[in-house]
Ligand binder design. Structure first.
Ligand code: S3P
Length: 173
């Protein structure tokens, strides 16, 4: 299962919980990149630039491709390359949230999100969300986390996946 979505929609925290309740391994692509690089995402952007960060994302995708039984939380920009998301395999779940909620959630640990650093975060969020929304829509299902707790989100994702799988098996009957 692959979680995609904008920064602050809850991919990491929801992914970790989802993995725990379903007995799967949790993988966070940003953390994998940091481990391989030996530095933080922010330091990679600062020292090597965004293009090199995207290459590093591709390297991690290649190393994970085809691994079954994981819950994978991707970085917010990975969905812009749908071929990479496909390469990871599994059901694609998009997490969404309103711009206001994203603004609030990304207040904390601001230095860890280089794309939202500097002035006028609200405008940056709105612009990036507008650019990226069509890519997040490519998922198999989408859940709006704006008003939900982590546990509620996890339960809803499980219900939606069950419904999706029931529908798919009915189609093949
Ligand atoms: C990015 C999102 C970040 C991280 C990097 C770029 C993006 O991940 O991969 O800062 O392009 O939206 P999160 O979505 O986990 O914050």
């Amino acid at each position: 299962m692959v979680l995609i979505g904008f920064m602050g929609t809850g991919k990491s925290v929801v992914g970790r919980r989802l993995a725990a309740v379903t007995g799967r391994r949790f993988v966070d692509t940003d953390r994998q990149i940091e481990q391989r690089a030996g530095k933080s995402v922010a330091a990679i952007f600062r020292d090597e630039g965004e293009a090199r960060f995207r290459e590093r994302e591709s390297e991690v995708v290649a190393s994970l491709a085809g691994q079954e039984g994981c819950v994978i939380a991707t970085g917010g920009g990975m969905a812009l390359r749908p071929d990479q998301i496909k390469e990871l395999g599994g059901i694609r779940v998009a997490l969404t949230a309103s711009p206001e909620v994203i603004l609030e959630r990304t207040k904390r640990r601001r230095q860890t999100r280089p794309l939202l650093s500097g002035e006028d975060r609200a405008a940056k969020i709105r612009r990036l969300l507008a650019e990226r929304a069509p890519y997040y829509r490519l998922a198999d299902l989408a859940v709006d986390t704006s008003q939900m707790s982590v546990d509620e989100t996890v339960r809803l994702i499980q219900m939606r996946i069950d419904a999706l799988e029931a529908g798919r098996s009915a189609d093949t009957r």
